[in-house]
Design a protein around this ligand. Structure first.
Ligand code: ASP
Ligand code: MG
Length: 468
């Protein structure tokens, strides 16, 4: 059972989360994985940024907010006689954080490994609160640091798990709790490198922590609790009649996550596919709703099932000016430059005659992408073999996802017609050969309209309702 930040966001929410675990635990063993309380990771990161710039006042006011939020939650959550020990635990974790923040303040620098050690504290606080609450209600429980179980590479801020060593540690240090009937509450988001240095799995990484643990513990199911009813046909803020999908495949869910659906961290599903561990995406604010089941195969007839969008993206175009530099060479070098950074290339298309290609990146990764490209191609740019790199920040991405669209002719045509009917300019198109996703880059102003047009044209809501 994994609980996201909003599902851990207050004493009341923690009670609900604990109740869900306790109820399920009467039927079978449960491990809980928790995010930090909502907005806490942002607050911790902001505190470290302020420390780096020497903003002591900002740092101190953040620290008091951190303290107040957890102290208040503790007082609301626990009976008076249990509060003292937990309050001491809260203070001790916060002073650990403060020690690192002070180091950053002194250095005027935020070393990535210190950042990871510091932000892990958000999850350690929430796990402690949840385990203490469970204990106070008579459920034997223990808070476990993910750093003691999940072994990762040393890519601070965005680490990847080493599954073999993680399995060993989980079997050795986590399984005995489970077998002893103790409900372990594991901190999401954090791990540690083989040499023990703390790491984190990237923003939103608690989902990933949960799937890693589900895989190494051979769990029968993974339930991911959020504040939405499951995986929807579209973002309900853009499309009011968006419907919950009863079932989606791992591939569909992964494509949706990758293309901007916020419900799951994109890396979550990979560890589960091999063992075919089913995942439920459920709403902890609406316990009567069934949620979405993610499995390897569904009965759904093929075709477009959901549409996602990303607004904060930028399109980078590169064009060769000289026949001495082929598109292939240019493409290879540009992608090689991207591979050396952590920048994700979201969509890539090329047109061969004009020796031009373009690709989409997240706006916040644009500066890193451009500096990598400019340094890789510095000579060619200086001598005019490559035209100045063009960037269009006024674009948005929409992605239409559905297993088996290949078997249904005419979908691309319908999608493009629906978008053009709204007078929205299509800038670039990409469809993988799996035909699981059609990605369309449009002018930013038309993005929301395009999402609604495609959702209606493909009758996604009706199809989702019918499938139920
Ligand atoms: N607390 C972390 C974050 O906000 C991890 C998570 O919530 O999944 O990114
Ligand atoms: Mg999350």
């Amino acid at each position: 059972m994994k609980f996201g930040g909003t599902s851990m966001g207050s004493a009341e929410r923690i009670r609900v989360a604990a109740g869900i675990c306790a109820a399920e635990r009467r039927k079978r063993p449960v491990v809980a994985v928790v995010s930090a309380m909502s907005k806490i990771t942002d607050l911790l990161l902001d505190t470290l940024r302020r420390a780096e710039t020497g903003d002591q006042a900002g740092m101190d006011s953040n620290l008091s907010r951190l303290q107040e939020r957890h102290v208040e939650t503790c007082r609301e959550l626990l009976p008076p006689e249990k509060q003292e020990a937990v309050l001491a635990g809260i203070h001790s974790l916060i002073s650990d954080f403060q020690r690192i923040a002070n180091g950053v303040l002194m250095l005027g620098e935020r070393p990535p490994r210190s950042v990871d050690e510091a932000v892990a504290i958000g999850e350690r606080l929430s796990a402690m609160l949840m385990a203490s609450y469970l204990e106070s209600t008579g459920v034997r429980s223990v808070a476990v640091s993910g750093a003691d179980i999940i072994v990762t590479d040393a890519v601070f801020g965005n680490a990847s798990p080493l599954m073999g060593p993680t399995r060993e540690k989980a079997r050795r240090d986590l399984l005995p709790w489970i077998e002893g009937g103790v409900l372990a509450v594991v901190t999401g988001f954090n791990g540690s490198a083989a040499d023990g240095r703390p790491t984190t799995l990237g923003r939103g990484g608690s989902d990933f922590s949960a799937s890693i643990l589900a895989a190494v513990l051979d769990a029968s199911e993974l339930w991911i609790w959020t504040d939405v009813d499951g995986i929807l046909t579209a973002d309900p803020r853009l499309v009011p009649d968006a419907a919950v999908l009863g079932e989606v495949t791992y591939s569909e869910a992964a494509e949706l996550a990758y293309n901007g659906a916020k419900v799951l961290h994109p890396r979550t599903l990979a560890p589960l596919i091999e063992k075919q561990i089913p995942v439920w995406s459920k709403n902890s604010f609406a316990l009567d709703k069934p949620g979405t089941r993610i499995v390897s195969k569904t009965d759904s007839p093929g075709g477009p099932r959901a549409v996602t969008s990303m607004a904060s993206v930028a399109l980078i175009s590169i064009e060769s000016e000289s026949s001495a530099l082929s598109t292939n060479q240019l493409l290879a070098r540009a992608m090689d430059a991207m591979a050396r950074t952590s920048v994700e290339v979201l969509v890539l298309t090329n047109s061969s005659y004009r020796q031009n290609f373009c690709f989409l990146v997240r706006k916040d990764e644009l500066p890193v992408a451009l500096s990598a490209l400019e340094s890789e191609l510095s000579l060619e740019l200086a001598h005019g073999y490559v035209r100045p790199i063009e960037v269009d920040q006024n674009v948005g991405l929409l992605a239409i996802v559905g297993e088996g669209m290949r078997g249904t002719p005419g979908i691309a045509g319908r999608v493009f017609t629906a978008i053009s009917r709204e007078h929205i300019n299509i800038i670039a198109i990409a469809q993988g050969s799996s035909e699981l996703t059609i990605a369309v880059v449009v002018h930013r102003d038309g993005l929301e309209k395009a999402v609604r047009a495609v959702h209606a044209e493909c009758r996604m809501a009706e199809r989702a309702h019918r499938a139920e």
